[in-house]
Design a protein. Structure first.
Length: 393
């Protein structure tokens, strides 16, 4: 959607792939009623430009799904990025043969010529994996406002992922729509993509993680664009807009001890089979599910192992994120203090601590260079943890 300026570069990166055995399916999309909305006319025309370009270039390796021209756009109920991704992936799954891989991409993202080869190798080398949450990195633009916003957002994501990996949580993944893949078999087993208006990538990877082993250390890497965008309800673009306007409340740097509370709770799941035992997430889960919420799991499982597996399915990545936000509201420490405390606790001798003491460091006043230094430090260490973990089983 509205990617006419970006599509030529994406198309070129796909055509330059060293791995020859692929088919790319593009879904150019928008709500149909936008054609009668003067405020959306520019997007409609942009989509038509994209559609014409792709149709001109289409061949046996490139297929175009038209959900944008008059009469072909989304209706009132079916619209948004979730439906676009589902439409393309359902078609890919329909055409795929046994053992084929489904790779998601976005119109504003760049891929190395060896990207698809790396995807194939990643799955070949890790036969247990039915899905992958792949590596990503936002290149800077040179435009200060955009760079500051995307760096702050990526710091949030890297920090969250690094702590989830540190506590060895089974949901230690980052869902990026332009950087996720699965086997055709796994796609069918989980019922395909659920078409959420936003966050469809998060819910999709969560479903896959509950069904199969998830590969998180990948050689395949996506380079999403860093830009302000309001085409979805939440995600990188909207986060950058809100952050640029001074609101990072939805993307805080959590106290690292809250992640330790999650670990303690997960470690006690098996003990809950016999009776209720105290754990840090207990009050939150009672508030979310009710006082006797474990009873059904006890009745449906014969032993503690089965119960713990069912508890893992119930207290998933979404519930963990909700718990973190719930507990964060009870905290008073700043984002800067939480970042410093984390680095001091786990990287006490590193030079990254220089210049970010909370008495004088402030995210809103930090330079692009300083934010990038923090981003890259967290990125490097997240990569080390991903390499160590490799598969979430």
């Amino acid at each position: 959607m509205d990617e006419s300026e970006q599509i030529p570069a994406l198309l070129l990166s796909i055509r330059q792939q060293s791995y020859p055995n692929y088919k790319a399916i593009f879904c150019v999309n928008q709500p149909d009623h936008w054609w009668s909305d003067p405020k959306r006319s520019a997007i409609c025309e942009s989509n038509m430009s994209t559609l014409r370009l792709l149709q001109e270039k289409s061949d046996h390796q490139l297929q175009v799904i038209d959900r944008c021209s008059p009469g072909n756009g989304w209706g009132a109920r079916h619209q948004g990025v979730g439906w676009a991704r589902k439409t393309a992936m359902d078609e890919a799954a329909r055409q795929a043969a046994a053992g084929d891989l489904l790779q998601t991409m976005d119109g504003d993202t760049q891929y190395h010529p060896d990207f698809l080869q790396a995807v194939a190798d990643d799955f070949s080398d890790n036969g247990q994996a039915g899905a992958a949450a792949q590596w990503y990195y936002h290149p800077l633009t040179g435009e200060q406002a955009a760079d500051r916003a995307v760096l702050r957002y990526e710091i949030y994501m890297r920090y969250y992922a690094l702590n989830m990996l540190r506590i060895e949580n089974p949901y230690a993944f980052t869902a990026i729509g332009s950087a996720m893949a699965c086997t055709r078999e796994a796609y069918g087993a989980v019922g395909g993509m659920t078409p959420h208006r936003s966050g469809e990538d998060f819910y999709f990877i969560q479903k896959l993680r509950k069904y199969t082993s998830l590969l998180i250390h990948t050689n395949a890497a996506a380079l999403p664009a860093a830009r302000f965008s309001d085409r979805v309800l939440f995600g990188t673009g909207p986060a950058m807009i809100r952050g640029h306007n001074g609101d990072w409340s939805s993307y805080p740097i959590y106290n690292y001890r809250l992640f330790d509370e999650v670990k303690t709770s997960f470690d006690r799941f098996a003990d809950l089979f016999g009776s209720d035992v105290q754990h840090p997430m207990a009050a939150f889960l009672e508030e979310k599910f009710g006082h006797d919420h474990w009873d059904a799991l006890r009745k449906n499982n014969r032993n503690a192992t089965g119960f713990a597996r069912a508890a893992f399915q119930k207290v998933d990545a979404l519930r963990i994120l909700q718990f973190m936000r719930w507990r964060h509201q009870q905290q008073t420490t700043s984002d800067e203090q939480n970042l410093y405390d984390f680095l001091l606790a786990f990287y006490p001798g590193d030079t990254i601590l220089q210049g970010i003491h909370p008495t004088y460091f402030n995210f809103s006043k930090a330079s692009v260079e300083q934010l990038n230094q923090i981003r890259d430090f967290l990125t490097t260490n997240e990569k080390l943890w991903r390499q160590k973990t490799k598969l979430l089983r």
